[in-house]
Ligand binder design. Structure first.
Ligand SMILES: O=C1O[C@H](CS(=O)(=O)O)[C@@H](O)[C@H](O)[C@H]1O
Length: 295
């Protein structure tokens, strides 16, 4: 299967693709560039907005607004047609160390927003990252729900919402875990190893669950998107023409397109000139609508 380049975006770190059913458009972020992007297949046009902090992951809140996990908290952001971006702090975070930011995140099937934090200097390997949960209207400060992570990533929920998947991308970890997820309280428990990515090519990065309950995860550094069954068995791997696919999301009119964002590292890119691009694959399986923040 050939991956189609939909946008030669040259993102430094393209992450958090989210398909908006209401707009029939793909949104995503470039973390270090502090930019929100939108691309519409109807006209092939791309728009982008500048934020004041790095935005790491986004989820829709409805009415054209988003929740974004940024450097020092969660914000409500609204991109406008004139290119301006409004932002309003929803909840601040107290990081374990200076120099941390949010990373991967999304809403659970009930519409609670989850996002993890990491040290910006990944090489430091500090296991001080944590997962935070935010419920619309929450006034209490964010509280760490899971701790001891270096680069939390790959957050996704099973179709029934009762399994939470989470990975750690750091080279010293490279594991994906599954948790039983209490959908009433939003509590993950019974953590167990789902996939040891040390046994597969690529470090685990962003992920998506399809309508059959299989878990798709970007194999960063290997140019692969792996599909694992709910039992953690490798079903297939698709290739993209870049080494560092970062996150995938189902979208398109029938939710049958797998969009993939990627990373454009510094240095010689002769062997991957499209690094940082956004790609589309037709994997022959559909995704699920991405939940909105429950508000
Ligand atoms: O900044 C990030 O970096 C890593 C990818 S990489 O190590 O730079 O290749 C990624 O896993 C993470 O999600 C991202 O935010």
């Amino acid at each position: 299967m050939t991956a189609e380049l939909i946008l030669d975006a040259r993102n430094a770190t393209g992450e958090s693709p989210v398909w908006s059913i209401a707009e029939q458009a793909l949104y995503w972020v470039d973390i270090p560039a502090k930019r929100l992007h939108r691309w519409s297949p109807a006209d092939g046009k791309e728009h982008s907005w500048q934020a004041s902090q790095m935005l790491a992951c986004i989820a829709q809140t409805g009415h054209g607004s988003w929740i974004a996990a940024m450097e020092n908290g969660l914000f409500a952001i609204t991109p406008h047609a004139d290119g301006s971006l409004d932002s309003r702090l929803l909840a601040s975070v107290t990081h374990a160390l200076p120099g941390m930011r949010f990373n991967d995140g999304r809403c659970d099937r009930q519409g609670r927003f989850w996002a993890g934090t990491m040290v910006m200097d990944m090489a430091a390997g500090a296991p001080v990252g944590a997962m935070y949960r935010y419920t619309a209207g929450q006034t209490e400060p964010l509280k760490a729900q899971l701790q001891g992570l270096i680069v939390p990533n790959g957050l996704a929920f099973s179709p029934d919402g009762k399994t939470l998947y989470l990975s750690d991308s750091h080279p010293d970890v490279q594991k994906i875990w599954a948790f039983d997820y209490d959908t009433d309280t939003g509590t993950p428990q019974n953590r167990r190893l789902f996939v040891d990515m040390g046994e597969h090519p690529g470090r685990p990065d962003g992920a998506a669950v399809d309508a059959e309950g299989c878990y798709w995860i970007c194999g960063n550094d290997a140019g692969l998107i792996h599909r694992f069954t709910p039992q953690g068995k490798l079903d297939r791997s698709l290739t993209v023409p870049v080494k560092k696919p970062a996150m995938c999301a189902f979208g398109g009119a029938d939710l049958d397109t797998l969009f993939v964002t990627s990373i454009r590292p510094a240095g010689d890119l002769a062997d991957q000139p499209l690094a940082g691009g956004v790609f589309a694959l037709r994997p022959g399986v559909k995704g699920l609508p991405e939940p909105l923040l429950n508000n």
